[in-house]
Ligand binder design. Structure first.
Ligand SMILES: C[S@@+](CC[C@H](N)C(=O)[O-])C[C@H]1O[C@@H](n2cnc3c(N)ncnc32)[C@H](O)[C@@H]1O
Length: 253
């Protein structure tokens, strides 16, 4: 498939999701911030500790989707720039921000993550959730490095694609709030390393082994015992890490 064909599939899919119930504008609790949102989520493990205080920082959100994280980044005091390939998603992001952070706004762009419309060294921090696995790393890794300031930090939380059972479930099994497949491809270790290759520091942590079952019950189910068991298994048995559902990638330029 060409990049143009991939963009067509992705735009059609995400525009239609933005126009559906998931694009409805909800309001966050007044006390909710990026930090509180991240703390309860295994897929964002260690992210707030790694990024530190966001106040006054220039933060870029990759593939902002329906704008939840961009809104919370603003709430945490960052100067936010966000982009997404789907124009309808960017529209929803704009409306969500207006409803949740009156008087504060983000710079929003409809753009592809492989070719960013931003100057070199523009951002102190880059954040992305479930976006790199939509991109072509052989083109996109260069721009990721380019737009981050020297000394800046980037963090991504991404689906991994090395668990054959999980891959069958992703392709063939129904579960609540399942997003239809598009042209995305959960990451291999080779791709994870390719995204991080140019950075001065790069490490990653695989998350959600048994606790991936939570996702089978929708977006908000928690099984604390499975999360604890994951911590033990992943610490004591590193070969199991490749079967996790997600990876958190931490980069410093
Ligand atoms: C799985 S959603 C994640 C959205 C958001 N980050 C979140 O966690 O809710 C993937 C998003 O990536 C966007 N996307 C897909 N391919 C893209 C590309 N090449 N460049 C920029 N955005 C893209 C889609 O439009 C969609 O909003």
């Amino acid at each position: 498939m060409t990049l143009k064909e991939i963009y067509q599939i992705e735009t059609t899919k995400w525009d239609s999701i933005a126009d559906g119930p998931r694009g409805r504008i909800t309001t966050f609790a007044p006390e909710e911030t990026f930090e509180s949102y991240s703390h309860g989520r295994p897929q964002l493990r260690g992210v707030t500790e790694f990024l530190g205080d966001l106040k006054g920082k220039r933060v870029l959100e990759y593939g902002c989707g329906l704008g939840h994280v961009s809104t919370l980044l603003l709430r945490s005091g960052a100067h936010v720039t966000s982009f997404d390939l789907s124009r309808r998603s960017v529209d929803v992001t704009e409306r969500r921000i207006a409803a949740n952070t009156p008087g504060r706004t983000a710079a929003l762009a409809v753009a592809a993550g492989e070719t960013l419309p931003f100057a070199d060294e523009s951002f102190d921090i880059i954040f992305g959730k479930a976006i790199l696995h939509h991109l072509d790393v052989s083109i996109g890794a260069n721009d990721l490095y380019r737009v981050l300031k020297t000394g800046g930090k980037a963090v991504f939380s991404e689906p991994m694609g090395m668990n054959p059972v999980l891959n069958v479930v992703r392709d063939h099994v129904w579960y609540p709030k399942k997003t239809p497949r598009g042209a995305d491809k959960p990451l291999s270790y080779q791709e994870i390393h390719a995204w991080g290759a140019r950075f001065r520091e790069f490490h990653y942590q695989e998350v959600e082994l048994l606790s991936m079952l939570e996702r089978g019950f929708g977006f908000h189910k928690k099984f604390p015992a499975l999360r604890q068991l994951d911590d033990v298994l992943l610490e004591k048995m590193p070969p199991l890490r490749r079967y996790c559902r997600y990876v958190v990638m931490y980069m410093v330029k």
